[in-house]
Design a protein around this ligand. Structure first.
Ligand SMILES: NC(=O)c1ccc[n+]([C@@H]2O[C@H](COP(=O)([O-])OP(=O)(O)OC[C@H]3O[C@@H](n4cnc5c(N)ncnc54)[C@H](OP(=O)(O)O)[C@@H]3O)[C@@H](O)[C@H]2O)c1
Length: 336
């Protein structure tokens, strides 16, 4: 099978398309014919060797943390999925293997795909989608009427965060450059701030949640613009935020938190439910064939993506019929 592999850590020069053996599903594992895969900043950080403690020194290594496609084979003991199911898979940063024609992972990392999405559209849900959901709901305790600022609202995580905040009826301020104002307003931003003209930490406004989706600020800077019980949430585990996270647990009412996404079925079903009801749309900025993975990484590394960058690893299907027009209510939790 065709796969995007690295033969050592480094820049884009270490990435190549190779013929690799097709994986075989072991006990409790699922083999997927991959049609779409998502690029996240973590993937080129892995390529660079920044996560080598987790990813080890065994090469060649097939890259890719998340993908979507059709189940072709299941190992002993797999109960929840069967061949032919349309699924999203999250092999994760430890196992990797998503940038290939076939990927294999444990059943616990395989989730049903929303009916109304193509595979390329559904592939970003475990990382970007759930980072936004878990940050706002679990760390930010988002509720109707609360004010939320999303820094980096036009990026892969930000475009989900805006739409999720709208589902919870929160008041949103999107921070991005003015060229992305139309996009973020379309996704539900009540207010917009151009970070190139105005620093949100300096104004008179206050927010209950500052979700720093691109981790360009810090708790130390942003605490000034938090309401008395406000929360600052970062996406990168920077030492200063981690120290403040520890200190603010006991000492202040304003809190610092860092999100570490954990893809799980109940949250993937929450996303599926709201996507099928038409409340969350997938914003794809660029779509590259697997062979152009270097170009896809270079674009992600530029930091200019508007929504998601995806890879096509097989013949794309026609997106399913629009679904759930009279779907369920606009808020609330969904369980599996
Ligand atoms: N902890 C976790 O579990 C977890 C999970 C997912 C992602 N992450 C991390 O979260 C970060 C964001 O991920 P992502 O996928 O959203 O990244 P991304 O898609 O690459 O973000 C690109 C966006 O960031 C905006 N941006 C760049 N500089 C900015 C600034 N100074 N202020 C405001 N916006 C700015 C850009 O807008 P302009 O073009 O207008 O500048 C662009 O739209 C990454 O560092 C990633 O590694 C962590």
């Amino acid at each position: 099978m065709k796969a995007a592999v690295i033969t050592g850590y480094g820049g884009n020069e270490v990435v190549e398309i190779r013929d690799m053996p097709r994986p075989e599903p072991g006990k409790g594992e699922v083999l997927i014919r991959v049609y779409g895969a998502s690029i996240n900043p973590v993937d080129w950080k892995i390529r660079n060797g920044m996560l080598r403690v987790l990813t080890g020194r065994k090469f060649p290594k097939i890259l890719g943390s998340e993908c979507a496609g059709e189940v072709v084979e299941i190992g002993d003991g797999v109960r929840r999925v069967k061949p032919g199911d349309r699924v999203i898979a999250h092999p994760g940063a430890r196992r990797l293997g998503a940038y290939a024609e076939f990927a294999c992972t444990g059943e616990g990392n395989v989730f049903p795909s929303p009916e109304n999405l193509s595979f390329q559209e559904s592939s970003p849900l475990p990382i970007a989608g759930l980072t936004a959901l878990q940050a706002l709901r679990d760390l930010g305790r988002i509720e109707a009427g609360r004010s939320v600022l999303i820094n980096g609202a036009s990026g892969g995580v930000g475009v989900f965060a805006l739409q999720i905040a709208r589902i919870f009826d929160a008041k949103t301020t999107a921070v991005c450059s003015s060229s992305n104002f139309d996009l973020v307003r379309d996704l539900g931003a009540d207010r917009v701030i151009d970070y190139k003209k105005q620093d949100f930490i300096l104004g008179d406004d206050r927010w209950d949640i500052v979700f720093d989706a691109v981790s360009k600020s810090s708790f130390a800077k942003a605490k000034r613009v938090l309401t008395p019980r406000g929360v600052y949430i970062a996406t990168l585990p920077q030492p200063s935020t981690l120290i403040n996270q520890y200190l603010t647990r006991f000492m202040t009412r304003k809190k610092a938190r860092t999100i570490m996404v954990r893809p799980k079925l109940v949250d993937m079903n929450w996303m599926k439910f709201h996507i099928e009801a038409g409340r969350i749309r997938i914003v794809i900025d660029r779509n590259y064939p697997l062979e152009e993975i270097r170009e896809a990484f270079a674009y992600s590394e530029s930091g200019r993506a508007k929504g998601k960058i995806v890879l096509k690893t097989g013949e794309e299907e026609t997106p399913r019929e629009e679904y759930g027009k009279n779907g369920p209510p606009a808020s609330g939790r969904v369980t599996d």
